[in-house]
Design a protein around this ligand. Structure first.
Ligand code: ADP
Ligand code: MG
Length: 754
């Protein structure tokens, strides 16, 4: 038993040492130290990391990229980092806590060990005691053996005592049990502690993993940051590169521009040089200009004076030629007028007016020849009578002048084809030549003949809107005189007179009732003059208008019925043109007599009495005297009965010699006036028929015709008037004058062609 107990004890002691080594407080301590060292290392790493972080932050601050999109991310990352740090801090705190716990546990473990040691010591003591007692017991047993009784006794006591030992063993065993229990408890505690350690280790591993994770995160953030920084750097570099390349391109363009400008400049330089050169030369020229100008002026002056001299001489020559031409023109003009006849008879038919009334009485009785403007047909009592005058103006003929074609057409024998021109004949245009010759020093008479109301006054005076021959003649005179003003001085005077009942009265005088006498000039020139006849010098159309107005007023105030009066009196407008050629000293005097005759109508022989009869007799006398005078003039008779009437006597110097006369026979186209129209036209033809006096001209013509052996003129000259009349022209009274005029026209034609 002792042996087994001993073995048991040994076993237990071994178990205790084993447990002790197993528990190995030093191991835990070592482990703790290890952990602490690890902790320390981590802390240092963290510090290094922080330092790095700070460095990085500093770098970032040094090279901050403002307005960088990564800045925000960076901030986020930093925040994350700080959070991680916070977490690390927390973990660290936890670690410290755990450390503390470990410390506590270690303390407790030490305590438990101490107690275990105590118990072990107690046990050892007990064992000692027990072994001593065992030895005591054994000695006793030995003594007892030697002393069998004694032994017996002793055995007995031992036996008693063994019970006691058994009891003590039992106690020891229970105590051992208790200790074993305690060891188990301790083991439990140790296990718990180990578990705790394990969990703490796990936590630590977790923390470490977390830290690692954080580190990785940090690394990643750092890497990301670096990456971003790199990207930013790249971006920056890229931008810089781009800007650089752009700048380079721009630079290139600028360079090119510069080169262009340079070349321009190069090309401009010569231009500038030439310009400067030009400018200099111009400046020189300008400087020299006054001199040059003076020189040029001098030479120009010389040239001009020379030219003037030349012009002078040419002018003189021209003037000489001009004078010669003037003479020639005058001669030609005279010849023309002479050829036309110094006395010409025109007919003018007025249009049908309201005064003619209506019905058959106012019907038109006058027709015209479309091809011949000198022929007029009158339908009288159902019979057509034709008359040929120098020219006939139809009702639509205007008062106006000019129209070269018409002018040419107006010259008889100038080619009848021109008559077909659609121009209307213009009265004054036919009169122009006469007015012009007045300036050349010829006397001109223009008469308006016809029954009352046939348009005499209209033709001579016209209306204010459409003036007649009087005004137009004077206007023409003025314009002609103006045209000749360079060489000629002209004085134009006008007088207005009236012959009523063979009494001459001054229409412009102060005493119109005074009868004026016509007297021979005392100088023996054979010229007539009227003493006391008022003359007005006129210089413009306005002057004439004033004179006319004045005369009209006189006539109106003197007579109660102007038309009545005017139809029984001759109204004369005498225009005298006195000219002086300054270069030659030649003087000319021309007279233009514009006469509005009294009405030519016959007064009923039976009905007329007293003053009417006297008036009629006077009118008849003066008109027939005029007819006689004109007839005598045209037939070139030796005696012209000028003195038969006051009118012819007054106009003597204007009817004889080189004077030109125009008789404007006015007729009314109305049916009721046909007998008077017939009378007027007959008078006109009688006056006209004497053209180219039958005796002298005829002989001339006869001798000329005999040379040429022409047939037609012979027939024309023949005694049978019926055969002489050209076909289609039913002349009621073919007169010898008509034949002679026709012969004359043939002669003219032959003359011009041969
Ligand atoms: P006279 O003087 O012969 O008595 P007027 O000249 O007084 O005749 O004319 C009589 C009327 O006929 C006037 O009213 C006048 O205006 C008109 N008359 C005459 N001739 C023409 C004409 N060619 N054109 C238009 N009206 C005319
Ligand atoms: Mg009249």
């Amino acid at each position: 038993q002792v042996e087994t107990l001993k073995a048991k004890l040994l076993e237990q002691a071994q178990e205790i040492s084993r447990l002790r080594s197993e528990l190995g407080g030093t191991d835990v301590e070592k482990h703790r130290d290890l952990l602490a060292a690890e902790n320390e290392r981590l802390r240092q790493e963290m510090k290094a990391c922080e330092g790095e972080l700070r460095e990085l932050r500093r770098q970032q601050q040094q090279a901050p990229c403002r307005d960088c999109p990564h800045l925000q991310e960076n901030a986020g990352l930093q925040e994350q980092l700080s959070q991680l740090q916070r977490e690390a801090e927390e973990t660290r705190a936890k670690l410290v806590e755990l450390d503390l716990e470990v410390q506590q546990k270690t303390n407790r473990l030490a305590e438990v060990e101490l107690r275990l040691k105590d118990s072990l010591a107690e046990r050892a003591e007990e064992e000692e005691r027990l072994s001593r007692r065992l030895r005591d017991s054994q000695e006793t047993i030995a003594s007892l053996k030697s002393q069998p009784q004694q032994i017996k006794y002793i055995i007995k006591t031992v036996e008693v005592e063994s019970a006691k030992a058994k009891q003590a063993l039992c106690e020891t065993q229970s105590r051992n049990q208790y200790l074993q229990e305690q060891v188990g408890m301790q083991k439990q505690v140790l296990k718990e502690m180990e578990q705790q350690l394990q969990s703490s280790q796990k936590t630590e591993a977790q923390l470490r993993a977390q830290i690692m994770m954080y580190e990785a995160e940090l690394e990643r953030a750092h890497g990301q940051m670096l990456e971003e920084m790199q990207a930013m750097e790249e971006e920056k570099n890229h931008a810089i590169e781009e800007a650089f390349s752009r700048a380079q391109v721009e630079m290139k363009a600028v360079h090119e521009n510069l080169a262009g400008v340079r070349t321009n400049l190069l090309t401009l330089q010569p231009a500038l040089r030439t310009l400067t050169h030009d400018y200099n030369s111009l400046k020189r020229q300008v400087r020299d200009f006054p001199l040059l100008l003076q020189e040029t002026l001098r030479s120009a002056r010389a040239e001009i004076s020379q030219a003037i001299e030349e012009v002078h001489s040419t002018n003189r020559e021209l003037l000489r030629k001009y004078r010669r031409e003037l003479q020639l023109r005058k001669k030609c003009h005279n010849e023309l007028v002479r050829l036309k006849g110094n006395i010409r008879v025109f007919g003018r038919v007025r249009p049908i007016t309201k005064e003619d009334g209506e019905g058959p009485e106012a019907a038109n009785a006058v027709t015209f020849d479309a091809d011949d403007d000198a022929v007029l047909h009158l339908l009288h009592k159902g019979k057509q009578v034709s008359f040929e005058l120098d020219k006939v103006f139809p009702p639509q003929a205007s008062q106006e002048e000019v129209g070269a074609a018409v002018h040419t057409a107006g010259v008889r024998g100038g080619g009848s084809h021109l008559l077909t021109l659609p121009c209307l004949p213009q009265v004054f245009q036919e009169v122009q030549a006469l007015v012009t010759s007045c300036i050349d020093g010829y006397n001109v008479c223009i008469f308006a003949y016809g029954q009352t109301g046939a348009g005499k006054t209209y033709t001579m005076e016209g209306t204010a809107a459409n003036p007649g021959i009087n005004q137009r003649a004077l206007q023409l005179l003025f314009s002609e005189v103006r045209g000749k003003a360079a060489d000629w001085d002209y004085a134009i005077t006008v007088s207005a007179a009236e012959i009523y009942n063979e009494a001459l009265r001054d229409l412009l005088g102060k005493e119109p009732q005074e009868k004026l006498e016509i007297k021979l000039c005392p100088d023996g020139s054979g010229q007539l003059y009227v003493p006391g006849l008022t003359e007005f010098r006129v210089q413009s159309v306005e002057d004439i208008n004033k004179v006319f107005e004045f005369g009209h007023v006189k006539r109106v105030t003197e007579c109660t019925n102007l038309n009545e009066h005017s139809s029984r009196s001759h109204a004369l407008l005498i225009v005298t043109v006195r000219g002086l050629d300054r270069s030659t000293g030649l003087r000319t005097t021309g007279k233009l007599n514009l006469v509005d005759l009294a009405g030519s109508e016959r007064v009923g022989r039976s009905g007329a009495e007293g003053s009417r009869l006297r008036e009629a007799q006077h009118i008849n006398k003066s008109l027939s005297a005029l007819g006689d005078v004109i007839y005598a003039l045209r037939s070139r008779q030796g005696h012209v009965p000028f003195r038969n009437s006051k009118l012819t006597y007054l106009l003597q110097d204007s009817l004889s010699g080189d004077s030109k006369t125009l008789m404007m026979v006015q007729v009314s186209p109305a049916e009721k006036n046909t007998s008077e129209t017939l009378c007027s036209l007959k008078f006109a033809e009688r006056v006209r028929s004497v053209e180219l006096g039958p005796v002298s001209r005829k002989a001339e013509l006869g001798s000329w015709l005999s040379q040429e052996h022409l047939e037609v003129p012979k027939r024309l000259l023949g005694d049978s008037p019926g055969s002489a009349a050209p076909p289609g022209r039913g002349h009621a009274s073919p007169s010898p004058g008509q034949l002679s005029s026709r012969s004359a026209s043939i002669r003219r034609k032959l003359h011009t062609s041969g």
